[in-house]
Every structure is written in C-alpha cells, then in structure tokens.
Design a protein around this ligand. Structure first.
Ligand SMILES: Cc1cc2nc3c(=O)[nH]c(=O)nc-3n(C[C@H](O)[C@H](O)[C@H](O)COP(=O)(O)O)c2cc1C
Length: 314
C-alpha cells in the first residue's frame, strides 16, 4: 500500500461532475478541505488529450494534495491514462459509483460493482502502473447492497490506499438515505483508511458520521458546493466544539471569490451560472434570481446579477 499524503483536515471535498471545477476546489481547499478531487474523467479522453493534459484537466498547485478521478475499464487504456496523469496528481482515484446509464453501459463506474474479478484486474493494473497512492470511490450495489464487501476486500488485497464509500445503491440515485451503518461495517472489514460519504450537511453531521462509523475521513459534496465555508466550520467544530454560523450574505461573498478564481481557468459560463445558483440557494429571493440567471449568457451578466442580488441582501 502506497503511503497517502498528509491531509490538513479530516473533511474532504467530493468529486462532482459539472460542479467541482478548479476554482471551486481551490476555494474549498482554502477554506479548509483536507483533500479535493477532480470530477470523474474518462481514461479514453485522457489518452486522446495526452499532449494537452494540463489544459484538459485544469488545476492549480494550491489545491494540493489533489486527487484525479478516472473511470473506464479497458486495462490497456487505463495503464496509459495513469501514466499520463501520474506526474500531476498526488492520488489516483478510481470511480465505481457513477450511476448514469450511458456510462454503466460501457462496463464502467458502478457497473463494476457486479464484477469482482474484473475489478481485481483493474485494481492490479492501477497499482502496478503508478508509484502514487490509488484509491476507489464506490457505492453499495446496483439494486441492493451487494458485493461491496468483496470489492472492498479486493481493494485492500491489491494494495489500494483508501476507500471512499457512498452507501447508496445505483437504483437509489440520490433518493433515500446514505446508510452509514455500512460505513461502520466497512471500517471493521478492512484496515486501509475509509472515507465516509453521503448526506453530511452540517459540522454536527460530520462529527456524527465519524463517531457512529469510526471512519477516518468524511467527504462532502452537495452541501459544500452551496457553502464551501462548511469546511472551516467543520474544522473549527472538531477543534473547539463550536463554530460560527454564516449569514446568506456572508456565504455569497465566497461566490465573488469563486468568480475571481474562475478567471484563471477555462470554465464554461453555464457552469459558473450553476455555481451562482448553488451559492445563492436558500437566500431570500433566490427563485427570482435563478430565473434571471437562466437568461444570462456572459460572465459579466452573471457578475452583475449576483452583485445586484448581494447588495439587496441584509
Ligand atoms: C452533480 C453531481 C455530480 C457528481 N459527480 C461525481 C463524480 O464525478 N465522481 C464521483 O465519484 N461522484 C460524483 N458524485 C457523487 C458525489 O461525489 C457524492 O458521492 C454524493 O453527492 C454524496 O455526497 P453528498 O451527500 O455529500 O453530496 C456527484 C454528485 C453530484 C450531485
């Protein structure tokens, strides 16, 4: 098992396709996330963009430690893709969670939860292709929690350094609840570090997950995309037992920081719009703002709408 880098916090920012862009990751990192991870990236896309990989996968040094998340099960391509990304990232993470049918049809991501022997070969290829630590992020099964224990054992046997577990099935999508009792079971099953994931909204939730499951780290997705300040709150809470709350206006301030960082990367306007919607969600008047944002087409228009919205908040 290759040693993991040191993490400054036990709270990690989750990979989220179409959300965890390099500007948002940087903001989460600055606000205290112990690890940030790129959204999932196809090994076929990585090999096709080999010449221009740092333009294709944008990141900044300040994000470190930084994990890249790959998906795809063609082992020859996987080997090539790992060699291409390895020099730039601190951890190679492998996706076994995405439930999207157009992906699982390619025998990738969560489809592999049904295929322990193929998964073993993939893990072996990953570990043999890199000197960097390899981790996996997985769900609990397809239609019911199934085979995840076998997959976790295989991960440990093949030398993976960490497992992130989102204990929902593919069928569940994001409905129902993340079954934290399975994180506890996983923690007892293997010796490698476990990252618990699913439904953490508050610092209290983060603490409860660690206490109830014994997991080593927690990973937060949707709640952190709306409020990256959550990482600072969690870290303060873990250290002191209390934390400062944040007003909608204070939360929105971080959007402008995000906007500023986004200038350093090639982030699509549609994504920036999505971030604006996320950051402002729950603020008074956010519904009307969303309609206006829907009609905006440029960075300047989004900035103007958000500034106007910010100014009228108390
Ligand atoms: C819009 C969106 C995109 C996601 N993309 C990815 C991804 O690229 N890779 C991955 O492993 N998980 C992905 N996830 C799952 C999250 O990483 C996380 O496991 C899930 O949201 C549960 O955590 P949460 O309750 O803290 O949001 C995505 C989730 C969302 C909502």
């Amino acid at each position: 098992m290759t040693k993991l880098p040191n993490f400054s916090s036990r709270a990690f920012f989750a990979p989220m396709a179409g959300l965890s862009d390099p500007a948002l990751r940087l903001l989460c990192k600055e606000l205290g996330a112990g690890l940030v991870v790129t959204e999932f990236i196809s090994i076929h896309a990585v090999t096709a963009k080999a010449e221009d990989i740092t333009k294709f996968i944008e990141f900044s040094e300040k994000e470190r430690p930084l994990a890249v998340q790959l998906f795809g099960s063609d082992r020859e391509k996987l080997k090539q893709a790992v060699k291409i990304v390895e020099p730039y990232f601190d951890i190679i993470d492998y996706n076994m969670g995405c439930p999207a049918p157009h992906i699982t049809e390619q025998m990738a991501c969560s489809a592999l939860l049904q295929e322990p022997e193929l998964t073993r070969k993939i893990f072996r290829t990953l570990v043999q292709s890199t000197s960097k630590p390899v981790s996996v992020k997985m769900r609990a099964g397809i239609t019911k929690p199934d085979k995840w224990q076998t997959i976790a054992k295989i991960a440990e046997e093949e030398g993976l350094s960490m497992i992130t577990f989102h204990p929902r099935t593919v069928k569940q999508g994001y409905s129902g609840k993340s079954d934290w009792s399975q994180i506890k079971e996983l923690k007892h099953l293997v010796k490698i570090p476990i990252v618990g994931n699913g439904d953490i909204q508050t610092p209290e939730d983060a603490k409860r997950m660690i206490e109830e499951t014994g997991c080593d780290y927690v990973m937060i997705g949707r709640a952190a995309a709306k409020n990256p300040f959550l990482f600072q709150q969690i870290n303060t809470y873990f250290l002191t037992g209390s934390y400062a709350s944040i007003t909608p206006k204070e939360r929105l301030k971080y959007f402008f920081k995000y906007l500023d960082y986004s200038n350093n990367f090639e982030i699509k306007t549609s994504l920036i719009k999505m971030q604006a919607i996320n950051f402002s969600s729950g603020c008074p008047g956010s519904k009307e703002l969303r309609t206006k944002l829907g009609k905006s087409n440029t960075f300047e228009e989004i900035n103007e709408l958000m500034t106007e919205f910010y100014d009228q908040l108390n």
